[in-house]
Design a protein around this ligand. Structure first.
Ligand SMILES: Cc1ncc(C[n+]2csc(CCOP(=O)(O)OP(=O)(O)O)c2C)c(N)n1
Length: 646
């Protein structure tokens, strides 16, 4: 029936047959791409069940994106049954839903080390498999990338299918529309699958979500319409009535045909299709392949499908920590507050004190900790969808209108909005506060999500101010400082547990000033934000070895405390800067400039400088402590480097 593209020899195929006859696991028979085509059609449901059980088991141990993956099992199977990988290309938007694709392309064993250091990534990676044709991680890129591949294919006279799979949440991102706009006049085949589960991480928001919901709820009505049609056609004068309906249909088509929005944009719309019905999906893909245009298949799916806790709590199971399968409860109860919790609490207090305070998130109300603010001040909370660029300019507008906007955003996602920060916020010196969470290494999400560039990309922008807190109390103090500040200001803080050390050092935040925590001779450690904690450790070891060691909490990266740094160079033998940011454009580079100036001014006794930064490379996924050791920014490696110098 279906062509077998597997490249394994006949002998192995025989083994498959024997296994099949013995009624063994279907999943075991999938060892590489296209093996799924060896499975009997009647067994598709069983295979889907096995995949779900496998995903639940593995993610319950390692953590990972459960809900989106459970919802995309049949969709992925249908794609693999309909396409020929790796020749045909599937681009997974965001990429967090690509686990079944990984299983079906021979990477089942990789799930034992899913998202672990040295193990398999939780996102598509070209370096991992030739069946991953495009790396993703940030949302709404798949249609642009797919269209590019379509053009490359045609220019090279090649012949394969390109399919971009995008979720309804990701369809709130502007890039998706830029790409569809570009694809509207396409006269060649390009398939987009809209995986519509009616959810982003949290509830999806905005007009497109409302529109898709309309189609979703219209489905029974359309079914009824078909029923009416059949009944009419059976009656005596039915044909005439149907003809009349057909004539008015074109003017009324906006009311009765789903997907007109896409059709009007120049895309062919197919659907809605039940995204858990493999045969229906395969039929739709077959039809789509025939179109000489961009064609969008609208598949309705359910996030968390097949695992009741994930169906009931889609937001919690979007990115799950290890959990007990029976109950769905996390294996570890978090005892210590993280920086997001601190931000969340302070935001609620500030919201009570000042009615001008408004909060903005780009589809991350839970992740950024704004949920509580939302509950308390719904009218002053804005979830704008996965639209970081818009979020920033929207905040600039709010500031222009006299409000005090706080944009809560992850460091890596704010990269998107560089121009908006520069053009709409900073040129006009708008008082917008950026609460930048997940700044520094984030761990298991890897390269695309590490927040290691913000000091660099923000530093280069005139009028921008940047702070980083050493501990949880300082985050609170900085936030209070920021909302009263008359210009753009960013506070960057890391993922995870909020440091509760150095509580006794809580001097007021002074504009552009660092904080001297310990003052001694020999070595001066100047640490930014999260690295103060590491510096405390480094200092303890240096003291044990008999060195005098100052510790300065930088507090401000921009404006940098030049006076303090010049003094540090004049009064120590070695200055060590520490930051969780890449070298280029970071704090250490600024300190080196000051050192150069001091040296040019002819000062004789000038300390040497060691800059501890993230190297000029992308940092993979894995446990943050392991990653820090690997790239040499943990206490042990910093000490080694200090001893090399002294
Ligand atoms: C630019 C950007 N902002 C935010 C995120 C965080 N994020 C990851 S998945 C997701 C929701 C995606 O929703 P949808 O596309 O519907 O996929 P689903 O998880 O529902 O399958 C968000 C907001 C991101 N990956 N990229």
């Amino acid at each position: 029936m279906y062509q077998v593209y597997g490249v394994r020899g006949n002998m192995e195929m025989e083994v498959d047959k024997e296994e099949r006859e013995a009624g063994g696991s279907l999943l075991e028979r999938i060892r590489q791409e296209n093996d799924i085509k060896l499975i009997d059609r009647k067994d598709y449901g069983k295979l889907a069940e096995e995949i779900r059980a496998f995903l639940i088991e593995k993610i319950s141990v390692n953590g990972g994106h459960l809900g989106s993956n459970l919802g995309a099992v049949e969709l992925t199977m249908a794609l693999h049954l309909s396409l020929n990988l790796p020749e045909d290309k599937i681009i997974w938007d965001v990429g967090h839903q690509s686990y079944t694709h990984k299983i079906l392309t021979g990477r089942k064993d990789g799930f034992d080390k899913l998202r672990k250091f040295g193990g398999m990534s939780g996102f598509p990676k070209r370096k991992e498999s030739e069946c991953d044709c495009f790396d993703t991680g940030h949302s709404s890129t798949s249609i642009s990338a797919g269209l590019g591949m379509v053009m490359a294919r045609d220019l090279k006279g090649e012949n394969y299918s390109v399919v971009s799979v995008i979720g309804d949440g990701s369809l709130t991102g502007g890039m998706a529309y830029e790409a569809m706009n570009n694809a509207s006049k396409l006269e060649t085949n390009f398939i987009i699958i809209l995986n519509d589960n009616n959810m982003s991480i949290s509830e999806n928001v905005g007009g497109i979500s409302q529109y898709l919901n309309g189609i979703r709820t219209a489905e029974p009505y359309l079914g009824l319409k078909e029923g009416v049609y059949n009944t009419l056609m059976k009656s005596k004068r039915g044909e005439g009535v149907v003809e009349t309906i057909r004539r008015v249909k074109s003017s009324a088509k906006h009311l009765v045909i789903p997907g007109m929005f896409f059709e009007d944009m120049g895309l062919t719309y197919l659907g809605p299709v039940d995204g858990h019905d493999i045969n229906a999906l395969m039929r739709a893909i077959k039809d789509a392949k025939r179109c000489k245009s961009a064609v969008i298949i609208h598949a309705m799916t359910q996030k968390g499908k097949g695992y009741p806790p994930a169906e009931r709590h889609p937001a919690r199971f979007h990115g799950a920590e290890p959990f007990e399968i029976e109950t769905g409860l996390p294996k570890k109860i978090r005892e210590k507050a993280n920086y997001t919790d601190v931000f969340s609490t302070v935001m609620c207090k500030l919201g009570q004190q000042d009615e001008k305070i408004v909060a903005i998130t780009a589809a991350m109300p839970d992740g950024t900790g704004l949920k509580r603010f939302h509950n308390m001040f719904p009218e002053r909370f804005f979830d704008v969808g996965i639209a970081e660029e818009h979020a920033v300019t929207f905040a600039a507008g709010l500031a222009a209108g006299g409000m005090k906007p706080i944009v809560a955003v992850y460091s890596s996602f704010l990269q998107r909005a560089y121009d908006q920060i520069l053009h709409d916020v900073c040129i006009q010196n708008m008082p917008v506060t950026f609460a930048i969470d997940r700044a520094g290494l984030v761990g298991s999400d890897g390269e695309t999500h590490q927040g290691i560039f913000d000091l660099s990309y923000l530093s280069s922008i005139p009028n921008m101010h940047i702070m980083a807190p050493k501990n949880k109390w300082e985050l609170s103090d900085m936030l209070k400082f920021a909302v009263e500040f008359a210009g753009p200001i960013a506070i960057r803080y890391p993922r995870g547990e909020a440091y509760a050390g150095l509580q006794e050092y809580r001097s007021p935040i002074v504009y552009g000033k660092s904080e001297m925590i310990f003052q001694e001779d020999d070595i001066c450690l100047i640490a930014v934000g999260s690295m103060v904690r590491v510096a405390v450790e480094v200092r303890a070891s240096l003291k044990e070895k008999g060195y005098g060691c100052s510790l300065i909490n930088a507090r401000f990266v921009k404006p940098i405390d030049e006076e303090m740094i010049r003094t540090a160079f004049a009064t120590h033998k070695l200055v060590v800067t520490m930051e969780e940011n890449v070298a280029s454009g970071g704090f250490g580079e600024k300190v080196r400039r000051i050192q150069n100036e001091e040296s040019a001014s002819g000062r004789k006794t000038l300390a040497k400088l060691l800059t501890i930064t993230i190297p000029d490379e992308y940092v993979e996924h894995g446990n943050v402590d392991l990653l820090k050791a690997e790239i040499g920014i943990d206490a042990e490696h910093i000490l080694e480097r200090i001893f090399e110098i002294i």
